[in-house]
Design a protein around this ligand. Sequence first.
Ligand SMILES: *[C@@H]1O[C@H](CO)[C@@H](O)[C@H](O)[C@H]1NC(C)=O
Ligand SMILES: *[C@@H]1O[C@H](CO)[C@@H](O)[C@H](O)[C@H]1NC(C)=O
Ligand SMILES: *[C@@H]1O[C@H](CO)[C@@H](O)[C@H](O)[C@H]1NC(C)=O
Ligand SMILES: *[C@@H]1O[C@H](CO)[C@@H](O)[C@H](O)[C@H]1NC(C)=O
Ligand SMILES: *[C@@H]1O[C@H](CO)[C@@H](O)[C@H](O)[C@H]1NC(C)=O
Ligand SMILES: *[C@@H]1O[C@H](CO)[C@@H](O)[C@H](O)[C@H]1NC(C)=O
Ligand SMILES: *[C@@H]1O[C@H](CO)[C@@H](O)[C@H](O)[C@H]1NC(C)=O
Ligand SMILES: *[C@@H]1O[C@H](CO)[C@@H](O)[C@H](O)[C@H]1NC(C)=O
Ligand SMILES: *[C@@H]1O[C@H](CO)[C@@H](O)[C@H](O)[C@H]1NC(C)=O
Length: 324
Amino acid sequence: MRSTSAAIVVLASTASAQLYPGQSPYNHTCELQNPLLSCPPQDPLLVDSCCVETFGGLVLSTQFWSTYTGGESAGQLLPQDTWTLHGLWPDFCNGSYTQYCDLTRQYDPIPSPNTTTGKPDGVPVPAYNGSNIGTFLEPFGKYDLLDYMDNYWIAQNQDNPGFWGHEFSKHATCFSTFNVPCYGPQYRKHEEVVDFFETAIRYYKRFPTFDWLEEADITPSNCTTYSYEEIRDPLVKQHGGLPFIGCTGPRYNTTEAGKNSTDNGYTVLSEVWYYEYVYGRPQEMNTVPVNASATYYTNCAKSEGAIHYPERTNGSVRVPTLPY
Ligand SMILES: *[C@@H]1O[C@H](CO)[C@@H](O)[C@H](O)[C@H]1NC(C)=O
Ligand SMILES: *[C@@H]1O[C@H](CO)[C@@H](O)[C@H](O)[C@H]1NC(C)=O
Ligand SMILES: *[C@@H]1O[C@H](CO)[C@@H](O)[C@H](O)[C@H]1NC(C)=O
Ligand SMILES: *[C@@H]1O[C@H](CO)[C@@H](O)[C@H](O)[C@H]1NC(C)=O
Ligand SMILES: *[C@@H]1O[C@H](CO)[C@@H](O)[C@H](O)[C@H]1NC(C)=O
Ligand SMILES: *[C@@H]1O[C@H](CO)[C@@H](O)[C@H](O)[C@H]1NC(C)=O
Ligand SMILES: *[C@@H]1O[C@H](CO)[C@@H](O)[C@H](O)[C@H]1NC(C)=O
Ligand SMILES: *[C@@H]1O[C@H](CO)[C@@H](O)[C@H](O)[C@H]1NC(C)=O
Ligand SMILES: *[C@@H]1O[C@H](CO)[C@@H](O)[C@H](O)[C@H]1NC(C)=O
């Protein structure tokens, strides 16, 4: 979901089950480790990469605003007055990133891109056709987690579990700290999947985008439009760093309002990505908010009143069955 990003996709060792082969499966008692900061990057040869994020130290907590799901007839609805969870991504400290880092944990039914590099000569990412990743939570009895995900982690034009599988295999397999050997000799199959979902949700809950905007009187409207700064400023104030603010829809200068303008930014608010550095494991949430890249912090139009924050479609929304 980041094909338009200016970030550069870097080749990682992909087919290996471990980001750092040869890593001991035993000693990852992170309570005994100094919780080092994830950026600038730590040397994986000198630290326990299970206890500090040494592969993707710039952690992005990402959310969507959308007006429909495409799965309404199957009961796949958006949570009222809440942005939805997109994912938790490990970027390199320099802002580039890798994807599908462990093809032995490929649970994405619709790999996107379909090779590890997104180019024809990359390693192919085979489509997953097994039981959906949501079923992995059942042996752990995590039905409340599943329920939460069904309310707040919502796919567009895809079933929710397929999207969760996409997020896990494309992104979570690239964290050093969610790597299988980190769970030690007591590891239970798919334990890291549960851990990742719980962690992604913990970050999501920390950043209530809808409420932050609403407190600044920025609410969905099909009549009013907003300026980039009006959306940005409350989010910066609440989060502490500049998030990436993403838009879709027509470019401003192709719309009636933007005719004759040189502003070709997009005009429909759709995403926010919050950036963090992390002390120790991302699971522990000891984070430092940081700014999005100075060269890629929005693709939205900057002209006054150029941005739509659309109301959702009637019939695409429900009151969540459990609290945010
Ligand atoms: C983990 O334990 C093994 C075996 O005792 C040892 O060789 C290795 O240095 C330890 N690794 C770390 C990162 O402490
Ligand atoms: C960014 O960092 C990664 C990991 O250290 C490195 O492999 C890559 O070459 C760097 N990319 C750029 C553009 O500097
Ligand atoms: C990836 O998708 C492209 C475009 O649909 C297709 O041409 C290509 O064969 C696919 N590659 C793999 C490895 O599936
Ligand atoms: C399911 O995927 C596996 C692994 O990629 C493949 O070997 C198998 O043929 C697929 N089965 C079906 C029914 O598509
Ligand atoms: C665009 O330029 C034309 C011709 O100069 C002018 O008539 C029109 O009012 C302008 N439109 C806007 C939206 O500024
Ligand atoms: C929109 O703006 C871009 C960049 O300023 C310019 O290249 C493009 O020609 C403009 N398009 C229209 C339809 O005015
Ligand atoms: C983010 O950028 C602003 C404006 O340039 C700056 O004042 C602030 O210190 C930066 N924040 C962080 C966390 O780097
Ligand atoms: C608001 O506008 C969006 C996009 O144009 C549309 O999909 C949605 O149904 C509208 N919402 C309402 C409540 O009219
Ligand atoms: C959506 O519902 C609201 C409230 O019932 C109504 O005012 C509005 O006209 C509806 N919009 C559409 C596009 O049906």
